[in-house]
Design a protein around this ligand. Structure first.
Ligand code: TXA
Ligand code: MG
Length: 313
């Protein structure tokens, strides 16, 4: 095993590692990604291999500019308005693919649609711009584990599979992007995330219902974010042998991790995955979680928590 520090790379090095068809651990404002050349099916296959994914879920193609996104897919009407409002930022748009060679079939899981995002992280954008093509990047965790929101967590998850890694510090948002499809005139929220439903609706009006499973994000496994310990939700009085993810009200105890003492959902989102991991490291009988309000970013936080607890979302 190579020493982990060996993988710390410059933007130039990371771009050339991508060109060679190898993987790069890439910081974004949402979570750390495990990045590969989206046009190269062998490189994309390494992502699935490194994550141990049970199936080939479609991946997000990351680009540095709206112009580059527009070359991959037709972004018109509501898609264009959402892109203008939230890019660069924690929004992924699913639209009909325009240039199918820029994002290979394997990255799209054979669909005729493509998921695109312009991340708002200077290092991510620098690597993508220097590389020059679209970069496929799921969260850098192994399949079924919480998404890494710090460099150290990303290295622990998939560092061994990567040819380079970029340290961008802690992720500011801490939750994955919201995934919104704009297809056949319908705008659907497939995965709640860093941009709230309220913010999306302020730009495009009421969203269409996410509909049945055929419309849902195909990569959303029930156990997507599970730590090792079982997770119990909506707990106001944790047991002595449990770790506790608190919210708002001060709670005392050695294994208490308060997502936001001031009750700020943005702060709670940024801390969520890191605190799930920290709670898990205390080897508790279970991780109890305080009730989290379901408004704003709370919708995405509760979605991830239900998955961590093993409930089908
Ligand atoms: O914040 C994020 O989105 C992070 C960072 C690294 O950018 N990436 C991320 O990627 O969360 P991943 O692979 O873990 O999640 C991609 C999501 C999955 O739920 C997948 O099903 C959905 O996007 N998706 C991708 N392509 C799709 C498509 N063509 N149609 C519907 N959903 C799609
Ligand atoms: Mg993921």
């Amino acid at each position: 095993m190579r020493p982990l520090v060996d993988r710390s790379a410059s933007v130039e090095e990371a771009a050339s590692v991508l060109r060679r068809g190898e993987l790069v651990i890439l910081p974004t404002e949402t979570v750390y990604g495990l990045a590969a050349d989206a046009a190269n099916p062998q490189a994309v296959a390494r992502i699935y291999e490194a994550k141990g994914r049970p199936s080939f879920n479609p991946l997000i193609a990351h680009v540095a500019t709206l112009q580059a996104a527009d070359r991959l897919a037709r972004l018109e009407g509501p898609a264009r308005r959402l892109a203008d409002a939230f890019w660069p930022g924690p929004l992924t748009l699913v639209a009909r693919v325009r240039d199918a060679s820029a994002v290979c079939d394997l990255a799209r899981a054979g669909l005729d649609t493509v998921a695109i995002r312009v991340p708002a992280h200077p290092l991510a954008c620098a690597v993508i711009a220097t590389f020059g093509g679209a970069v496929a990047a799921p969260s850098a965790n192994r399949s079924g584990r919480p998404s890494p929101t710090t460099f150290q967590d990303a290295i622990e998850e998939t560092g061994r599979a990567s040819g380079a890694a970029i340290d961008g510090g802690a992720c500011a948002v801490g939750l994955e992007s919201s995934v919104v499809s704009v297809l056949d005139g319908a705008v659907r929220l497939l995965r709640p995330g860093g941009v709230t439903r309220e913010a999306l609706e302020a730009v495009v009006g009421p969203l269409d219902s996410a509909g049945n499973d055929a419309h849902r994000s195909p990569g959303r496994l029930a156990l997507h974010y599970a730590p090792n310990a079982p997770v119990r939700l909506n707990v106001t009085a944790p047991g002595e042998d449990e770790a506790y993810l608190a919210f708002a009200d001060a709670a005392m105890g050695a294994r208490v991790f308060n997502l936001s003492p001031s009750g700020d959902l943005r702060e709670a989102a940024a801390n969520l995955f890191a605190y799930l991991r920290a709670a898990d490291r205390t080897r508790p009988r279970a991780i109890a979680v305080a009730p989290i309000p379901d408004r704003g970013l709370g919708e995405a936080i509760n979605d991830r928590l239900r998955r961590a607890a093993g409930f089908v979302g």
